[in-house]
Design a protein around this ligand. Structure first.
Ligand SMILES: Nc1ncnc2c1ncn2[C@@H]1O[C@H](COP(=O)(O)OP(=O)(O)OP(=O)(O)O)[C@@H](O)[C@H]1O
Length: 242
């Protein structure tokens, strides 16, 4: 095994993976720099989710390598990969997946409480992140009293509350109206930038990809090119003080 470049926080070489007989990844290589917001674009079924799952250690690709901070991920045991995900990575799904019985701040604080942080410290951190994501006023509400967009902000706060090294966001605005989705993404990217959190953002929406520093595109499990930022929003988000 040859170690990846030092300045890449995540690095993958020649990932191949088959799901139910379908080649979901066919030789994808990729480097992600620290603090970078990288969009992974492509049509439905192009392999975006599978790539994020492989990079985050949720699955080990049939072939190929994944490295995080110059350490191999693909050779770790299941328990080691779970620990890596818990300690260093955050994940956002298209659906918020909140615990209905818990309030917004309790949902947000959950990862910290599970790590054994005191109730007081976990609440303080959760409240801070809810404020950063413009949802502080709803901290005491339960998910069924909130809109889908508000629920997705809480899921975002929950993913960021541990200040992960890398945040994996898999179509995080797929279930939101366009304007709501754009607002959630602006706050997400601004918060990530101000905390130097690396973000991998899977999306089939080219406008969403415009908020990233760089985009890679998958078609049928293969990379088909790299694009620079398409608009000025990525840079504008830098200047938001979150
Ligand atoms: N559990 C599964 N069993 C069988 N095939 C699967 C499974 N999950 C995904 N696939 C197939 O693998 C390929 C890649 O899927 P993947 O979900 O990674 O793509 P995607 O770009 O994230 O798509 P989407 O935007 O729909 O989430 C697709 O052809 C898909 O049908």
């Amino acid at each position: 095994m040859v170690a990846p470049p030092d300045n890449d926080v995540l690095w993958a070489r020649s990932l191949h993976h088959t799901l139910g007989g379908t080649p979901a990844l066919s030789g994808v290589s990729l480097g992600v720099r620290e603090g970078e917001i990288l969009a992974v674009t492509g049509p439905r079924g192009s392999g975006k989710t599978t790539l994020l799952r492989a990079l985050s250690g949720q699955l080990v690709a049939d072939r190929g390598e994944v490295w995080f901070n110059s350490g191999p991920v693909h050779t770790l045991s299941l328990v080691q990969r779970e620990r890596l995900r818990r300690d260093r990575f955050g994940w956002i799904d298209p659906e918020p997946g909140l615990v209905p019985e818990l309030t917004a701040w309790e949902n947000t604080a959950l990862p910290l409480l599970l790590r054994g942080l005191s109730h007081r410290k976990a609440k303080a951190a959760a409240t801070e992140w809810l404020d950063r994501l413009d949802i502080g006023g709803s901290a005491r509400k339960r998910p069924h009293d909130l809109t889908q967009s508000e629920r997705q902000r809480i899921a975002t706060a929950r993913a960021l509350v541990t200040t992960p090294s890398v945040l994996f966001a898999d179509e995080p605005t797929a279930t939101l109206h366009r304007a709501d989705g754009a607002q959630v993404l602006r706050t997400l990217t601004a918060a990530a930038r101000s905390h130097r959190i690396t973000v991998l953002l899977a999306t089939h929406d080219t406008e969403v990809a415009g908020l990233a520093d760089r985009a890679v595109t998958l078609v049928d499990g293969r990379r088909v090119g790299t694009a620079s930022p398409t608009g000025s929003e990525g840079r504008a988000a830098c200047s938001l003080s979150v």
